[in-house]
Ligand binder design. Structure first.
Ligand code: PLP
Length: 324
């Protein structure tokens, strides 16, 4: 699939900043920068904005009038999909895991503000119920466009092919040649798009995904899924690098806040004034800190931490206290 042939519906206010983090970098003995995709600008931002530019472009080209997608109750992807739908004047249906909570907080509150139609799907938070809902909408005369869990398919991943071009220009302008890009990885589309985009934009950095959660029922191994999406987007699949996906940090389970996440969140906030989210980016950042500590990441490395957003989850009642 060639990026130049695909319709793009503008949602991001980007380019998002590439910000130096010199205080924390000096403490850690690395050169640290942060790619601020928490600032994409669409309804509190995040990496899904980039995927949705191509997914909504495709939906509009196909004449859809409705978007349907799925996620957890606190899904950042669902929140940004609801905002993208509003901007494109499409109806939005969200298949959310769990039961309706007594009170709407964080991302869920924003889904409601944006006018999304919510379907509570019990144990199914990864899109198992999308198709039956889409069938019902079709039967009622709507033209739904199905966005998979996390927006992770080749069309969504094109957003990160474009992101890598944006990043390569910023690297050129700042004069930094990065050794590594680190980011939170869950459904894999971000990682896949980065691989294809790095190839296209000649970025040599190692792409290190920190796995945030694990799906025991998944049909495909996440590495295989990333490779399969990236292959669709690359001119020459032979240039596929080894997929660097770190699986040391998701043990406690999805959205469980432990000392790793809490310490990372406080440390970056108190050195650079940058806020991570407790579910994705704090786990990835905490993983990075642990890997610097144990030597898996060398001192002196030039690292771009790709901040994928998620801020609204800070305003949700978590089991463990974060701020003190
Ligand atoms: C979805 C999400 C990710 C993971 O992106 P994938 O493409 O699903 O791997 C990382 N961080 C945040 C904040 C997210 O919402």
């Amino acid at each position: 699939m060639r990026i130049d042939d695909r319709p793009r519906f503008r949602l991001s206010l980007g380019p998002t900043p590439l910000e130096a983090a010199p205080r924390l970098g000096a403490e850690l003995g690395v050169e640290l920068w942060i790619k601020r995709d928490d600032l994409t600008g669409l309804a509190m931002g995040g990496n899904k904005t980039r995927k949705l530019e191509y997914l909504v472009g495709d939906a509009l080209e196909r004449g859809a009038d409705t978007l349907i997608t799925a996620g957890a109750a606190q899904s950042n992807h669902c929140r940004q999909s609801a905002a993208a739908a509003a901007k494109a004047q499409l109806t939005c249906h969200l298949a959310l895991g769990g039961q309706p909570p007594a009170k709407s907080e964080g991302n869920l509150l924003i889904d409601e503000i944006l006018g999304a139609h919510l379907h509570w799907c019990g144990p199914h938070r990864k899109g198992e119920t999308i198709e039956p809902i889409a069938d019902e909408l079709r039967a009622a005369g709507a033209r739904p466009y199905v966005i998979p869990y996390g927006g992770s398919n080749p069309i969504g991943a094109l957003g990160f092919v474009a992101a890598m071009e944006e990043f390569s220009i910023q690297c050129h302008n700042t004069g930094v040649e990065f050794d590594r890009i680190i980011f939170a990885s869950s459904s894999g589309g971000t990682h896949a798009g980065m691989i294809a985009g790095a190839d296209r934009s000649r970025i040599g950095a190692t792409l290190t995904g920190i796995r945030i959660d694990k799906d025991p029922g998944a049909a495909l191994d996440l590495r295989d899924e990333i490779a399969s999406i990236a292959t669709e987007l690359m001119d020459d699949a032979a240039s596929m690098p080894p997929i660097d996906l770190v699986e040391s940090f998701h043990g406690p389970g999805y959205a469980v806040v432990t000392d790793l996440e809490r310490d990372a969140l406080l440390r970056l906030a108190r050195t650079e004034g940058v806020l991570l989210d407790p579910v994705y980016t704090a786990r990835a950042f905490g993983g990075m800190l642990a890997m610097i500590e144990d030597g898996r990441i060398r001192r002196g490395e030039r690292i771009a931490f790709w901040h994928t957003g998620g801020g609204p989850a800070l305003f949700v009642d978590h089991d463990s206290r974060i701020g003190s």
